[in-house]
Write a protein that binds this ligand. Structure first.
Ligand code: PLP
Length: 358
């Protein structure tokens, strides 16, 4: 019996050919393909600017710096995310302030944001987890009322939408093209914005503060993307609609047939892109037992994330011992099943059969 993986790099002959073409062009580092990838990615998200970078983590960090976030500032975010979200805030010099989550969407609970605002708050950093967007009407209203910047962690949510607007188009967006993401380049990232000034700053921070070669207007990093990565990204963009449809169809099938556990829902006005298909193992069942059972049935699962950010060793010394009950509860209940585009009909049937035995 073949094991069903939780994710699988989705590479066709077209990606391989695109990489070979770059190899033969002699232009490996940031060049014309990166520029084209940026242009097409901006159009995909419905924004004015897209800036390609090395990965999603530095996309977040550059986005924060370009919005003026730094030492002494506070950034409101979710504790139920990949550590990169918090690390980017910490490396900008600011302090993350964690607000508990909504157990239906697993995203930051917008009702709790206002109580966390202090005179030091500079930005809100919502994470569109698993491919489902946050409550952006509420978050936008709060940001407008308090003069706060919005930086969206859209690393799992390329082309997800909220009331017809795409992820990364509400504030400054940060995307990841890591190998398992919905659109991948191996490693890679992108920043999106409609703000000319923020875009200009992002470009400078990406490459040593240089607009003109060897003239440095500000302090910067080397966070550039290679044309090799951009060439893969361009092919993946051509295939994105098809890959998205497969994820959506797979999630629809699982939602329709799984009866034994709490399945994920989609909020009105939202389009889910199903980076993860996440169930909740509750009602007295132990998640460890469920993981073992599915493992023996040949089904790989993922736990995103087993420890919430505010409980991680690396951050405890900085923020002390705080309690965020819903994030802590969800970190014990969530379990992601395979939903990726390479699943066969038989794979899906097997997943349903085994999960319904729980
Ligand atoms: C993948 C991911 C990141 C980091 O992206 P990298 O490209 O791996 O640096 C940040 N936040 C979230 C929510 C992610 O899923």
């Amino acid at each position: 019996m073949m094991r069903i993986p939780i994710s699988k790099p989705n590479i066709t002959e077209a990606e391989k050919a695109a990489v070979m073409e770059v190899m033969e062009s002699g232009f490996l580092a940031q060049g014309p393909r990166t520029a084209l990838f940026e242009q097409r990615f901006a159009a995909l998200c419905g924004v004015k600017h897209a800036i390609a970078v090395s990965n999603g983590t530095c996309a977040l960090q550059i986005a924060l710096l370009a919005n003026g976030v730094g030492p002494g500032d506070e950034v409101i975010t979710t504790p139920f995310t990949f550590m990169a979200t918090a690390n980017a805030i910490l490396f900008s010099g600011a302090t993350p302030v964690f607000v508990d989550i909504d157990p239906v969407t697993f995203n930051i609970d917008a009702n709790l944001i206002e109580a966390a605002i202090t005179p030091k708050t500079k930005a809100i950093l919502p994470v569109h987890l698993y491919g489902h967007m946050c409550d952006m009407d509420r978050i936008q209203a709060i940001a407008d009322n308090h003069g706060l910047r919005i930086i969206e962690d859209a690393c799992q949510s390329v082309k997800a939408s909220y009331k017809g607007k795409y992820a990364g188009s509400f504030g400054t967006g940060a995307f990841s093209f890591y190998a398992t993401k919905n659109l991948m380049t191996g490693e890679g990232g992108m920043i999106t914005t409609n703000d000319d000034e923020v875009a200009e700053k992002c470009r400078l921070i990406r490459s040593h503060g240089m607009k003109v070669r060897y003239y440095h207007d500000m302090v910067g990093y080397n966070f550039r993307m290679m044309d090799l990565q951009a060439a893969i990204g361009l092919v993946q963009m051509d295939r994105l609609e098809d890959m998205m449809l497969r994820r959506r169809t797979n999630a629809g099938y699982l939602n329709q047939h799984i009866e034994s556990v709490t399945t994920p829902t989609v909020q009105t006005g939202c389009e889910h892109v199903w980076h993860q298909y996440t169930i909740r193992v509750n009602g007295g069942r132990q998640r460890d037992d469920v993981v073992k059972f599915l493992d023996q049935a040949g089904i790989d699962v993922g736990i995103y994330y087993p420890v919430p950010v505010h409980k991680q060793k690396s951050i405890q010394g900085l923020i002390g011992d705080i309690t965020l009950p819903m994030a802590e509860k969800m970190s014990m209940e969530v379990l992601s099943l395979p939903v990726h585009p390479l699943l066969s009909e038989e794979d899906l049937e097997r997943i349903v059969t085994e999960v319904n035995k729980l």
